[in-house]
Design a protein around this ligand. Structure first.
Ligand SMILES: [Zn+2]
Length: 362
């Protein structure tokens, strides 16, 4: 699969897009390939994309321009892998009833093996070495593409969103934790073992807050939605008068103070919530400066629920980025942009990848 980091060889497969061959040998799928020439995209080249998250499974019919023509969703049915597979099957069948579908792409929260057949591990679902692709192909009786959900979302932002035309794109998703993905030279970069992009677990504060990965001081303990919620709960527990609006928004229930709530209050103008979002933004910028030192991207695209705060989050991030960037003043700095596609990016990217890979005959 050319857009995944498989070794090149005599059997390297080629990827074609609407505008002709975009991938030769081991070269990149380039941004030039993004324009469609289909006269009627509503009828041709439709794909189903499915995004499997910890709480919901979202599916959509996606055209060659990344537009969603129809959507369906269900709650993620607990931890049972078989139940998750039947929900996916149901959604795909439901959407296929009204459209002629040429390919199916699944974005799953978890580590894929390099052949994208097996989910090695999923933090929120019970997949452990789960042959997801084979199982779904049996159930659906057709070919299925399975990709990591963060890779799928990054692909969508690169093809249709805030990262269009960028030769070195790094995407950071701020949700419960921090997700990451890279599109380098038109390829999804997944590292040697398929598990690259775990930016959230760079250690940014030695001996800092404990992380569920087992380490202390990981970036996602400081710059995620969870971090924002934790800081706000601490402020509320101290019964600080500045936390008035936060306490009033979750009366008698500290646990109801979440990153999403604080983001909303900040957007409504609450000064304490704005300060908390500002703090998270500064942590975000510091981590991005570390990533820039290692990866030198042209653009960072910031997505996930927390990115709804827009410039309340991104301005402090840009300032902290500028202050901490190595060689600042003597090098061009990456742009830091908010993701453009919202929570549907994962299903759009999964659909688009499946369509391009099916055209390549893989
Ligand atoms: Zn960690």
């Amino acid at each position: 699969m050319p857009i995944m980091p498989e070794p090149a060889g005599p059997h390297a497969r080629r990827l074609r897009t609407e505008s002709g061959p975009a991938w030769r040998g081991n070269g990149p799928l380039t941004a030039r390939a993004t324009r469609s020439t289909f006269p009627n995209p509503a009828r041709r080249g439709l794909s189903v994309g499915v995004d499997i998250g910890g709480t919901k499974v979202a599916a959509g019919v996606v055209d060659v321009h990344g537009q969603i023509l129809a959507e369906a969703r269900r709650a993620t049915p607990g931890q049972d892998p078989r139940a998750v597979e039947s929900v996916i099957t149901e959604l795909v069948r439901e959407l296929s009833a009204d459209y002629r579908i040429r390919s199916i792409g699944i974005g799953a929260a978890g580590w894929m093996d390099l052949s994208n057949s097996t989910v090695l591990f999923s933090p929120h679902l019970a997949w452990r070495n789960e042959p997801l692709r084979r199982n779904l192909e049996k159930l659906l009786r057709r070919r299925v593409t399975v990709v990591n959900d963060a890779d799928a979302a990054a692909w969508a932002e690169w093809r249709f969103g805030a990262g269009r035309g960028e030769s070195r794109l790094v995407c950071v998703t701020l949700g419960t934790g921090i997700g990451g993905a890279m599109i380098l030279g038109g390829r999804v970069e997944r590292g040697r073992h398929g598990v690259a992009g775990e930016f959230g677990h760079q250690i940014i504060v030695p001996q800092g807050h404990r992380c569920e990965c087992g380490n202390r001081g990981c970036w996602e303990q400081y710059a995620s939605g969870n971090a924002l919620g934790r800081e706000a709960r601490e402020l509320a527990a101290a019964k600080s008068p500045v936390a008035q609006a936060i306490i009033a928004a979750a009366p008698g229930d500290g646990a109801a103070i979440t990153g999403a709530l604080v983001t909303r209050l900040a957007m409504e103008g609450d000064p304490a919530s704005r300060e908390l979002v500002d703090d998270v933004g500064q942590w975000l910028g510091l981590g991005l400066a570390n990533l820039a030192a290692a990866l030198d991207p042209g653009t960072f695209v910031i997505g996930g629920g927390l990115s709804a705060a827009g410039d309340l989050l991104l301005e402090p991030a840009r300032r902290a980025f500028g202050r901490n960037l190595t060689g600042r003043g003597f090098r061009p700095a990456a742009r830091i942009e908010r993701a453009a596609l919202g929570p549907e990016a994962g299903l759009i990217g999964a659909a688009d990848l499946s369509r391009l890979l099916s055209r390549s005959g893989t």
